[in-house]
Write a protein that binds this ligand. Structure first.
Ligand code: FMN
Length: 194
């Protein structure tokens, strides 16, 4: 199994999404020891913003192609996605901009756009300071999870699995509760795949 592990939190050792992606990857690897892991820390090594380049040997284009090829080759993709200002981190957006590529992961047809990257398992570790569940006052301000759902559905990945830790900014007790709940989701996800 080929696993692509992406972290995008700027909070280093304090990051919740990093703890969760590490747990998810460790559990998946325990379940399937013959797993090869490709890791990118997009905060430590940020991708350049996408810009049009005429030359395929441009370093940013080469890096972008590498991101795309690794994504296409992966059976499982584990993405750490913190909520920053109601959306994903700009580090993660720079990665998405390398992954949604016409002719590679989607194409336009007479019947509209068609996703070409289906068949992968995608697990997103989502961490946020507040609460954005569908019955909350802030639900309409969630441009993080719905964005990832929409962007990945566009390329053919319709069943993203979320491991969620919410209310991280509320206090230590809520943070511990959120981590406990997220870890139980991880156990369920991994058991499902076993
Ligand atoms: C720059 C920044 C912006 C944030 N914006 C939001 C926000 O809009 N809504 C929210 O609920 N929490 C927000 N938070 C809190 C984070 O979502 C929370 O700390 C979460 O744990 C971040 O994931 P991480 O720990 O993996 O970085 C923000 C945190 C930072 C550092």
């Amino acid at each position: 199994m080929k696993l692509l592990h992406i972290d995008s939190s700027a909070l280093g050792g304090y990051s919740v999404s990093r703890q969760l992606t590490a747990d998810i990857v460790a559990e998946l690897q325990r379940n399937t020891p013959a797993t090869t892991i490709q890791y990118h820390d997009l905060a430590v090594q940020p991708l350049p913003h996408w810009t049009p380049v005429a030359d395929a040997s441009d370093p940013a284009a080469v890096l972008g192609s590498q991101m795309l090829e690794e994504f296409l080759a992966a059976d499982v993709v584990v993405i750490g996605a913190p909520m920053y200002n109601f959306a994903i981190s700009s580090q993660l957006k720079a990665w998405i901009d390398r992954i949604l590529v016409a002719g590679k992961t989607f194409r336009y047809t007479a019947n509209g756009p068609e996703g070409l990257a289906g068949g992968k398992r995608v697990i997103v570790a989502s961490s946020r300071g507040g609460f954005y569940g569908k019955d909350t006052a802030a639900a309409a301000m969630d441009f993080q999870e719905p964005y990832l759902r929409a962007a990945l559905a566009f390329i053919g990945i319709n069943d993203i699995e979320f491991v969620r830790a919410e209310g991280i900014a509320v206090g230590d007790e809520q943070k511990a509760q959120a981590l406990k709940s997220a870890r139980s989701t991880i156990d369920t996800l991994v058991a499902k795949a076993a």
